[in-house]
Design a protein around this ligand. Structure first.
Ligand code: NAD
Length: 506
C-alpha cells in the first residue's frame, strides 16, 4: 500500500503524509521561487547588526536556542517521527546531537572570531601591525536532505550563525515541517531576523544559490554536482557533503560480537538512511562464518516500526524503497543470497525488511552504488590487502570502519583507506567528534563541516588590516623620496632578503 506523498504541487499548500502510516503529518506552504530574492534581501539587512554585535552576544542567543531545543524536545521528535516515519529510538538522537554541537560552538565561537595577529615577514615591515579579521559572508544558503531533518538542517547553520552570517535554509521538500518548528524556536529564543526558511524543491534551491554568498549543501552526489556548477557561474564558494558507500573491514583478530553489533546498528540505524551508514562489509575468511552468524542473530532480533519501542522505522518514500528493492533483487538474480529479509514488508508503510546479503561481489550495485536502505552486504576476503583494495574500489570516500583487537594495526589499515574519516572498532562515531573535520573524499564531497574553529571560519572571508605601530620609516618607497635613497633602500632590502637563501643553500 502506498503511504508516501504523491508528487507535490510546489504551489500554494500541500499536505505531508507520514510514510509509515499514510496519516497526515501536517501542511506545508510552498515558497514561490521569485520571493526568495526579497527574503534574502531582508536577511542581508538584518545581518549587519548581527555581525556588529560580536561573538559573545551571539553566543547568548545561540544558548537560548539550545535551551529551547532541550525544552521542546518531545514536540520536535513527535513531528520528526510524523514526517519521516522514523522509530522513536532513531528520532531521539537528533535533538541531543544538535544541542551538543551548539554547546561546543558556543564554547569556541569567541576564539574562532577573534582576529589573529601575524608578525611582519620582512624586518622593514616591523613598523606595522598585521591583523587577520574573520568577516562573515552575509547570507549563507543551507540546502538540506530529508534523512535527518533536524540535525542536517541546522548542524551547519549553527556555525554560520555563530560566525555572524544570516542563514537561508531550504529543507528537503520531503520533510518540510520540522524546519518550520525550528524557525519558530529561533524566534522564541529571541533570535533576530537572520534565520529564514524557504520551502520547495529544485527551483527554490536554485534561487537560494542565486541569492546567497556561500552555499552549504548536503545531499546526493548528483545534485551536489549541479549545485557546484550553478555556484561556479557566480564564483560562489561552497561546501558539499554528499553520498557515500562506507566499507567496514573485519580482521581475523576482531572482537566478532562487537563487530556484528556495530555492523547491524551502522547499517540499519535510521533504516539505513544515513550518509555514513555501513553499506558493505569485508570479512577475513578465518572469521567469516562466525561474523555472518552473529550478524544474522542480531538482525533477527530487530523490531521494525515507526514510533515507540521499535528499532528502526520506514523508509522516507516508495522511491527510496524501490532502490533498496532493486539492489537486493539484482544481487539475488546474480547469485547472492539474502539470509534475512530481502523484500518489502507486508502491510502499509514504506518498510523494507532488514536484509543481510552474502555471496556478493563488485559486479553488483549493492556493493558499488549508495543503497540508503536497511541492507548489509557481506563479502569474504582472503587478506587485509584485498579488503583495502576493495574498500578503495569506489567512487565514494566518505568514511569507513576497521575492526581488530590490535588498534595499532587497525590504525595502519585506516591510513591506507581513501576516505575522510575512519572509525576503529566503532562506526559513525567520528560524527560526534566536532573538533575534527567531517568531509568526504572523491565524489563524497568538497570541503568539510566541523573541525573546531574551522567549522565557523569557513563561513567567513578573511580581511587583512595593516596598521602602523609607528609612522617612523613609513613611505620609504614613495615617489617623493630621492631616486638615490630609493635605490639604496632596494639594495638593502635585497641583501637582507638574500641572507636566508644564502645560509640555507650552504
Ligand atoms: P538530494 O540531492 O535529492 O536533495 C538534497 C537537497 O537538494 C534537497 O533539499 C533538494 O530539494 C535540493 N535540490 C534538488 N535539486 C536541486 C538542484 N538542482 N540544485 C540545488 N538543490 C537541489 O538528496 P536527498 O535524497 O535529500 O538526501 C540523500 C542524500 O544525501 C544521500 O546521498 C546521502 O548520502 C546524502 N547525505 C550526505 C550527508 C553528508 O554529510 N555527507 C549527510 C546526509 C545526507
Amino acid at each position: 500500500m502506498t503511504t508516501t506523498n504523491p508528487a507535490p504541487t510546489f504551489s500554494g499548500t500541500d499536505t505531508v503524509l507520514n510514510p509509515a502510516s499514510g496519516e497526515v503529518a501536517g501542511e506545508v506552504h510552498w515558497t514561490d521561487a521569485s520571493d526568495v530574492q526579497g527574503i534574502a534581501t531582508g536577511l542581508r539587512a538584518a545581518q549587519r547588526e548581527w555581525e556588529r554585535r560580536g561573538a559573545k552576544s551571539r553566543a547568548k542567543v545561540l544558548s537560548r536556542f539550545a535551551i529551547w531545543l532541550g525544552d521542546n524536545r518531545d514536540e520536535i521528535e513527535k513531528l520528526l517521527i510524523a514526517e519521516t516515519g522514523k522509530s522513536s529510538t532513531d528520532a531521539a538522537q537528533e535533538v541531543p546531537l544538535l544541542i551538543m554541537i551548539l554547546s561546543y560552538v558556543i564554547k569556541v565561537m569567541d576564539e574562532a572570531m577573534a582576529p589573529e595577529t601575524r608578525p611582519a615577514s620582512l624586518p622593514m615591515m616591523r613598523i606595522k601591525k598585521v591583523a587577520i579579521h574573520f568577516r562573515p559572508r552575509p547570507v549563507v544558503g543551507v540546502i538540506a536532505p530529508w534523512n535527518y531533518p533536524v540535525a542536517n538542517a541546522l548542524m551547519d547553520a549553527i556555525g554560520a550563525l555563530a560566525a555572524g552570517c544570516a542563514v537561508l535554509l531550504k529543507p528537503s521538500e520531503q520533510t518540510p515541517l520540522t524546519a518550520e518548528l525550528l524557525s519558530q524556536g529561533w524566534k522564541a529564543a529571541g533570535g533576530p531576523d537572520v534565520f529564514a526558511v524557504v520551502q520547495g524543491a529544485r527551483e527554490v534551491a536554485e534561487a537560494v544559490i542565486d541569492n546567497s554568498d556561500y552555499v552549504q549543501f548536503t545531499g546526493s552526489t548528483g545534485t551536489g554536482r549541479k549545485v557546484a556548477e550553478r555556484a561556479a557561474s557566480r564564483l560562489l564558494p561552497y561546501s558539499l557533503e554528499l553520498g557515500g558507500k562506507d566499507p567496514m573491514i573485519v580482521c581475523e583478530d576482531a572482537d566478532i560480537d562487537l563487530a556484528a553489533h556495530a555492523a547491524v546498528w551502522g547499517a540499519m540505524f535510521n533504516a539505513g538512511q544515513t550518509c555514513v551508514s555501513v553499506e558493505r562489509v569485508y570479512v577475513l575468511d578465518a572469521v567469516y562464518d562466525k561474523f555472518v552468524a552473529a550478524v544474522v542473530r542480531d538482525v533477527e532480533a530487530l523490531e521494525m516500526g515507526s514510533g515507540e519501542g521499535k528499532h528502526f522505522g520506514s523508509l522516507i518514500s516508495d522511491a527510496q524503497l524501490a532502490i533498496a528493492e532493486r539492489h537486493v533483487n539484482e544481487a539475488v538474480a546474480a547469485g547472492a543470497r539474502a539470509l534475512t529479509g530481502g523484500k518489502r514488508a507486508a502491510g502499509p508503510g514504506a518498510f523494507f525488511e532488514p536484509t543481510v546479503l552474502v555471496d556478493v561481489d563488485h559486479s553488483m550495485a549493492c556493493m558499488t552504488e549508495e543503497t540508503f536502505g536497511p541492507t548489509l552486504p557481506i563479502m569474504k576476503v582472503s587478506s587485509v590487502d584485498e579488503a583495502i583494495r576493495l574498500a578503495n574500489d569506489s567512487v565514494y570516500g566518505l568514511s569507513a570502519s576497521v575492526f581488530s583487537r590490535d588498534v595499532a594495526r587497525a590504525k595502519d589499515i585506516a591510513l591506507q583507506l581513501d576516505c575522510g574519516a575512519v572509525n576503529v572498532n566503532d562506526v559513525i562515531s567520528n560524527l560526534m567528534c566536532t573538533t575534527a573535520p567531517m568531509g568526504g573524499w572523491k565524489t563524497s564531497g568538497i570541503g568539510a563541516r566541523f573541525g573546531g574553529v574551522d567549522g565557523i571560519r569557513k563561513f567567513c572571508r578573511q580581511e587583512t588590516v595593516v596598521a602602523p605601530r609607528t609612522n617612523v620609516g613609513a613611505g620609504g618607497n614613495y615617489y617623493h623620496n630621492s631616486l638615490k635613497a630609493l635605490a639604496r633602500m632596494n639594495g638593502l632590502m635585497t641583501r637582507m632578503a638574500l641572507a636566508r637563501p644564502r645560509r640555507t643553500a650552504k
